[in-house]
Design a protein around this ligand. Structure first.
Ligand SMILES: Cc1cc2nc3c(=O)[nH]c(=O)nc-3n(C[C@H](O)[C@H](O)[C@H](O)COP(=O)(O)OP(=O)(O)OC[C@H]3O[C@@H](n4cnc5c(N)ncnc54)[C@H](O)[C@@H]3O)c2cc1C
Length: 238
């Protein structure tokens, strides 16, 4: 059975991203109208970024919701896409297991299993069995929408995923955290890298939440930042 690497491509991101956000920011604080502000934009990018940084760090997030970004994603497990689709401000178009025959379904092997040859053999033999039974069901006239009931969480999927910049920052905050599962962490890391390639100034915002907060709000810290509870204890007891 085929096994492939995660692939992520940036489909679209606005060309005039900084101008769009800057116009949104200035519109809130200027006596001028949005049309005048957009028509008379400064050419000084640093000036624009300085205002944008201040507005983002003060939590005035509506200004970055105007930026819509789309990605094409291949070779991601159904387990990971199930986690991704929990993000309610994202839009998805995902390969359908109702319409597409999965007779040679691709699957994603978690890296922990890849490292253990015995377990990997067991995993692969199970995948082969599943494919055989799936094909038997379809050949017996079972509809694909019912035959898919036996496909595993590891079955590979493909999707177009879109979100605005506010949601991308939120997604990065949650899913770059080491508490998130490795596969979705790797996916979100690639999505962020592609965006930072185009807009390097966004690097400081596309970070795990602890870097934004300055502490870890999980039960256990990976050690990158102190736990919130530890900071409070230190503040009270010195
Ligand atoms: C490490 C980790 C472990 C997890 N484990 C589990 C688990 O065991 N079981 C499980 O079911 N899920 C689990 N989740 C999923 C988690 O509960 C969220 O559903 C998912 O992360 C989406 O986050 P969100 O709701 O903040 O984001 P989004 O849906 O992307 O929404 C962004 C923000 O919009 C606001 N918002 C959106 N919808 C509403 C609403 N209806 N009402 C009020 N505010 C809203 C909130 O402020 C929210 O933070 C886990 C997530 C992580 C990162």
């Amino acid at each position: 059975m085929p096994k492939k690497e995660l692939e992520v491509r940036l489909i679209s991101i606005p060309e005039n991203l900084i101008d769009t956000i800057y116009t949104a920011c200035r519109t809130c604080y200027s006596a001028d109208g949005a049309v005048e502000i957009y028509s008379n934009l400064t050419q000084d990018n640093e000036k624009k970024l300085s205002l944008i940084r201040r507005v983002i760090s003060s939590g005035h997030y509506s200004t970055i919701e105007h930026i819509q970004i789309s990605f094409a994603i291949n070779n991601i497990s159904r387990a990971a896409t199930h986690q991704l689709v929990r993000h309610r401000h994202m839009s998805f178009s995902q390969k359908s297991q109702r319409y597409v025959n999965e007779k040679e379904f691709n699957y994603i092997v978690p890296s922990s299993i890849l490292q253990n040859q015995n377990l990997l053999n067991r995993f692969e033999s199970l995948m082969t069995n599943i494919a055989d039974i799936y094909n038997e069901f379809v050949a017996a006239g079972i509809k694909k929408e019912d035959a898919r009931a036996i496909l595993p969480n590891a079955a590979a999927s493909s999707m177009v995923a879109s979100l605005n910049l506010r949601e991308l920052i939120h997604l990065a905050n949650l899913r770059l955290c080491t508490r998130a599962q490795l596969e979705i962490r790797q996916l979100v890391k690639k999505m962020c890298e592609l965006v930072v390639e185009r807009e390097p100034w966004l690097k400081e915002h596309l970070v795990p939440k602890c870097e934004r907060l300055g502490y870890c709000d999980e039960d256990n810290s990976c050690g990158r930042m102190p736990l919130k509870a530890e900071l409070i204890k230190e503040k009270i007891h010195g």
